[in-house]
Design a protein around this ligand. Sequence first.
Ligand code: HPA
Length: 278
Amino acid sequence: MGEFITMRDIDQAVDAIRARIDIVPEVGLILGTGLGELAESVENAAIIPTPQLPRWPISTVEGHKGRLVIGELEGVKVLVLQGRTHYYEGYGMGHVTMPVRVMQRLGCDKLVVTNAAGAINPDYVPGDLMVINDHLNLIGMGGANPLKGPNLEEFGPRFPDMSQPYDRQFLKLAQQACEEAGIKYQEGVYVSLAGPSFESPAELRFLLGIGADAVGMSTVPEVIVARHGGMRVLGISGISNKANLDGSTLTTHEEVLEAGKVLVPKLTALIRGFLTKL
Ligand code: HPA
């Protein structure tokens, strides 16, 4: 097994999935920590446990189930990844983002990514939804870009543009969906770090200074790979905790999981509304 994911790795997983479904999904959905419950709403669902798929990165984190749920939501054919993997679990960036490649090869030309995130913006409170309008790829700037290694020409160019990582029309549709459902939303910049340790107060003040509104340990690598392949992306953060800029409170994984319970109904309404507008 080489360091980088190849077309062969991707297509073997695609073939294994195709053998078990008879629809062509249009929208890929990745559910973040504590947000997996949304997958239960998928109708006519085929369920594939991801450990059964060749070279699939297996999720080891509590709050991530590790299965694909393929079916319909609001009449749209969706492929839901319930349980993503993260760089801190030990996988390479190409491996972490392999599910996005597979989604695209299966037919998805749109991606909805969700995550649990800490609030850096002082106006945000736990339970808020943030529609992502841009990102800071701090891990990627440090060298861990998911496109490192041989370029997969079948998907896109060596040097992909990143001027609009989050589709502006999708952003508007998501905001309309929130307004119609009476859900308060924020709009802001997501910064991804490697984790798994949470941030120190000085790191959080630094992140505030460079323009981040919310911080997490995922999403950006998936979005870069999706954009490389030309998929249109909607990104949503569920704010699970306030960043601890002065070191006065603790941040725990339990807190993040707990916030998911408040966030899931809102996120479900947002995504359902968004899908009906596509
Ligand atoms: N920091 C990093 N990642 C996170 C946080 C946080 O505060 N909350 C949820 N994911």
